[in-house]
Every structure is written in structure tokens, then in C-alpha cells.
Design a protein around this ligand. Structure first.
Ligand SMILES: N[C@@H](CCC(=O)N[C@@H](CS)C(=O)NCC(=O)O)C(=O)O
Length: 264
């Protein structure tokens, strides 16, 4: 029995859900409410000491780290593989995944956090906010969240996040110029791991970030039209929730577009 601790808007959880759907696996979702900080409760920290989603439990085994979970699923349930055969393509796939984990993911957090988490934390008193963020186990993430709560989209992290998104998009545009998917003809974990970061742009109507990248635009439309993406990502956004996110995103766009002009 597979159980995934997840949140609809988490790109890391979305990539695992895409893998589960691509592999046609049956699994149970446990919703971890990130805005109310359920992820920092002692019961959850026992499963995932970093206090983040996703966490996969397969029978008695607990697996954390979204990219590790995706590779675990591919090893353990190999009927539909999401990995290329050649060693060089496998290495390239892992380079994309490493880039996502180390660069794109924190950048996505920097643009998503002020929109989704900050408003919820602003309902608390300052002392309560400080106490909640103090529980974040990892120092770099704790300090980033402090800045994002204090400064919102004016935090310095936002400008560098936009620059990282842009350099990712440029690298992808080159790779996708003559192939359907990042590693060629087949959809792999590289595509599954990158697609959710474009959902974040889509949900806030920030797709102008890749308006000058036609191959990336075509690739994202292909991702969105796969059954796995519909099941694992799109279906988790009720029309009214998506409409509200897009309205909020459009209102915030002038701030992001300032940073975008600095990168093009
Ligand atoms: N490296 C981790 C990152 C996980 C992560 O940052 N998850 C975010 C959601 S996408 C989270 O749970 N954030 C909660 C918080 O920061 O308080 C992974 O890939 O699983």
C-alpha cells in the first residue's frame, strides 16, 4: 500500500503524483495543510524531519525527498519506466533533477510563498509568526521564510528567483528545440520533475516568463495535456481556487515583471 503525504500546490508533491499517475499506481493521499503549518507538527516531523512534503510510505518504509521518491518508484514498480536507457541520457536526466532540487525549487518557493503562505501567516500576531517560523528545522529555509514574510515580493530572493527561472527556461529552450521531451522522444523523470514548476507560473498567470520560448511553451502544453498531469495536478485545482490564484497573480505581476526586464 502506497501512502503519499502531500499538498495540492506543492511542486515537489506534484512531481511524485505525476510519477504515480504515469505508472498507474494506486495510492492513498494524506493531506498536510502547509498554510496552517501541519508540516511542523511533531507527528509529521517524525516521518519527515525536514518538515516538508512529500513523504511516501510504502508498507513500512518511509521515503523522503521528491526526486529520491521518483527514482524509488521507478525502481520498485518498473512496469512503466520513466528513465531513459543509455547511461549518458540517465546522467542528463539526473542533472535536470539536481538542478530542479538545488536551484529551481527554492526559486519557486520564493515566488509562491509571498502569494500563498504569507497572507495566511499575516493573520497571526507578529510573535505567533516568529514562533511558527522558528520551528522550521533547516536554517537556510527558515531565514528565507523570515525574509519572505517580512518583505513579500520585495524580498531580494524574488529577483534571483526570476533570474533562475529565466536561465532554466533558456536551457530548456535549447534542449527542446528539436525534441518532443527534454531527453528525446520519451517522457522521462526530467519532464515530470520540471512540469510542476510551470504549473506555479500558470496558476498565477505568470506565463509571460516564457513568452519568448516557443519550444518550452509547446512542451508545457504537451505536459498539461497528458492524463497524468490532469489527474495529478490540474484536478487538484478547483475552478474557483484557480480563478482566485490567477487574479492575485495578475495583481502581483508588475513586481515580477520588473525583475523580468532586468534579465532579458
Ligand atoms: N527537497 C525537498 C523539498 C521539499 C519542500 O520544500 N516542500 C515544500 C513544498 S513544495 C514544503 O513542504 N514546504 C513547507 C515549508 O516550507 O514550511 C523535496 O524535494 O522533497
Amino acid at each position: 500500500m502506497l501512502t503519499l503525504y502531500t499538498h495540492p500546490m506543492s511542486p515537489c508533491a506534484q512531481k511524485v503524483r505525476i510519477c504515480l499517475a504515469e505508472k498507474n499506481l494506486t495510492w492513498k493521499a494524506v493531506h498536510v495543510d502547509l498554510p496552517s503549518k501541519e508540516n511542523l507538527k511533531p507527528e509529521y516531523l517524525k516521518l519527515n524531519p525536514a518538515g516538508v512534503v512529500p513523504t511516501l510510505v510504502d508498507d513500512q518504509s518511509v521515503i523522503t525527498e521528491s526526486s529520491v521518491i521518483c527514482e524509488y518508484l521507478d525502481d520498485q514498480y518498473p512496469d512503466t519506466t520513466l528513465r531513459p536507457e543509455s547511461s549518458i541520457a540517465l546522467a542528463q536526466m539526473r542533472l535536470w533533477m539536481k538542478w530542479v532540487d538545488s536551484q529551481l525549487h527554492p526559486s519557486c518557493g520564493a515566488i509562491q510563498w509571498p502569494m500563498v503562505m504569507r497572507p495566511k501567516l499575516m493573520e497571526l500576531t507578529e510573535a505567533e509568526r516568529v514562533a511558527v517560523i522558528a520551528k522550521v528545522p533547516e536554517k537556510a529555509r527558515r531565514e528565507r521564510q523570515q525574509r519572505l514574510v517580512e518583505l513579500g515580493l520585495d524580498a531580494p530572493d524574488v529577483a534571483s528567483a526570476v533570474a533562475t527561472y529565466r536561465s532554466t527556461i533558456q536551457k530548456m529552450e535549447q534542449s527542446l528545440s528539436d525534441t518532443s521531451w527534454l531527453l528525446g522522444k520519451a517522457f522521462t523523470l526530467a519532464d515530470a520533475c520540471l512540469a510542476p514548476y510551470f504549473q506555479t507560473l500558470y496558476q498565477f498567470s505568470w506565463t509571460d516568463l516564457f513568452a519568448d520560448a516557443p519550444a518550452v511553451d509547446r512542451w508545457y502544453e504537451q505536459c498539461r495535456s497528458r492524463d497524468s498531469y490532469q489527474q495529478a495536478v490540474s484536478n487538484d485545482f478547483a475552478p474557483d481556487v484557480l480563478a482566485k490564484l490567477q487574479t492575485d497573480g495578475k495583481a502581483a505581476w508588475p513586481k515580477l515583471s520588473q525583475h523580468l526586464s532586468a534579465t532579458v
